[in-house]
Design a protein around this ligand. Structure first.
Ligand code: ADP
Ligand code: MG
Length: 303
């Protein structure tokens, strides 16, 4: 089931924060929304969580429409907002019990559920403190605990690691990866490495549109830079034979053309021609892409 977003547009007055955005997220997948500030990441997340309505388009969560069945959607979605608004004067346990109450959890089950969340998020040592006394890392844990208190199958986290120190960052990332094994997770970030560390899939958003949507591994390959030689032969060949050529890092077939990545900036033009001759192939096309894909990413999301 998961999440289905179809043709979503969001207008703030004249401004198009989202422009006809569509994507689907399968269950038990960790998806990263990657994009610069103002791209529309938070807006998309708020729409999925029923916090704001889209101007047009449809969103369903596990088959429930966010406009027609918001109560059901909220039951199935946990949300960690961007600025994680917490009540600083409340004690950690008191706050989590309060949130559990808002979700109408059965009174006799609340204590156990709070214990469980404290355990899962590693809040144990700090549970007796007031929220205002906690470090940023522990406040994020409280935010995660409140997002999960009603055991939602979908978890939406808006910049969950922003403002954390390097150690806290590693802890929270590990925690999110763990959660992703049993839940559908969407998180937002503007850090490429974060996506690499946590996500199965990356959706790059810029100025309200999706500019790339790939599995992280595929995206990583695309981002890793290096020269790419685009070559088209007149016959089909196996990927392995190309990848065995000296100087070739990897090869991918895209719309009938091989995109051959060079190792260490090697010039593959001559080897590719020789390869063609040796194998009785004609070269129909040979181009060199000098831009690294890192640059392409920046171009996609710049300004
Ligand atoms: P991101 O989370 O990727 O930084 P946002 O979704 O917060 O992006 O914002 C997308 C665009 O919509 C930005 O230009 C932002 O200024 C604008 N925007 C967001 N919320 C509002 C609002 N409540 N009213 C007017 N404009 C908004
Ligand atoms: Mg945001």
């Amino acid at each position: 089931m998961g999440i289905d977003v179809r043709g979503v547009t969001k207008l703030y007055g004249e401004q198009r924060a989202l422009d006809n955005v569509s994507f689907g997220v399968a269950t038990n997948q960790v998806v990263g929304f990657l994009g610069p500030n103002g791209a529309g990441k938070s807006t998309m997340m708020k729409i999925i969580c029923c916090y704001i309505p889209a101007s047009s388009g449809d969103v369903t969560v596990n088959g429930h429409d966010v406009i027609d069945h918001p109560v059901e959607v909220r039951r199935q979605v946990g949300y960690l907002p961007e600025h994680n608004p917490l009540y600083h004067d409340m004690y950690v346990r008191e706050y989590l019990e309060f949130i559990a109450g808002l979700h109408k959890l059965e009174r006799r089950k609340i204590g156990g559920r709070v214990d469980k969340m404290v355990e899962v998020t590693g809040l144990g040592p700090e549970v007796k403190k007031k929220i205002g006394a906690l470090s940023r890392g522990y406040r994020q844990r409280v935010g995660l605990a409140q997002a999960m208190i009603h055991d939602p199958s979908v978890l939406i986290m808006d910049e969950p690691t922003s403002g954390l120190d390097p150690n806290q960052l590693l802890d929270i990332r590990a925690l999110i990866r763990e959660l992703g094994k049993q839940k559908t997770v969407i998180l937002s970030t503007h850090i490429m490495q974060e996506v690499e560390a946590i996500c199965d899939r990356v959706i790059i958003v810029n100025r309200g549109v999706i500019v790339a949507d790939d599995e992280t591994q595929v995206m990583r390959r695309k981002m890793s830079g290096g020269r790419i030689f685009v070559v088209e032969f007149d016959k089909k060949i196996g990927r392995k034979t190309l990848e065995q050529l000296p100087g070739v890092d990897s090869a991918e077939l895209e719309q009938g053309r091989w995109r051959v990545r060079a190792a260490d900036g090697a010039d593959l033009r001559e080897p590719l021609f020789r390869f063609a001759v040796d194998n009785g192939l004609a070269v129909l096309k040979l181009d060199v892409e000098e831009h690294s894909l890192e640059e392409v990413f920046h171009r996609l999301t710049a300004g």
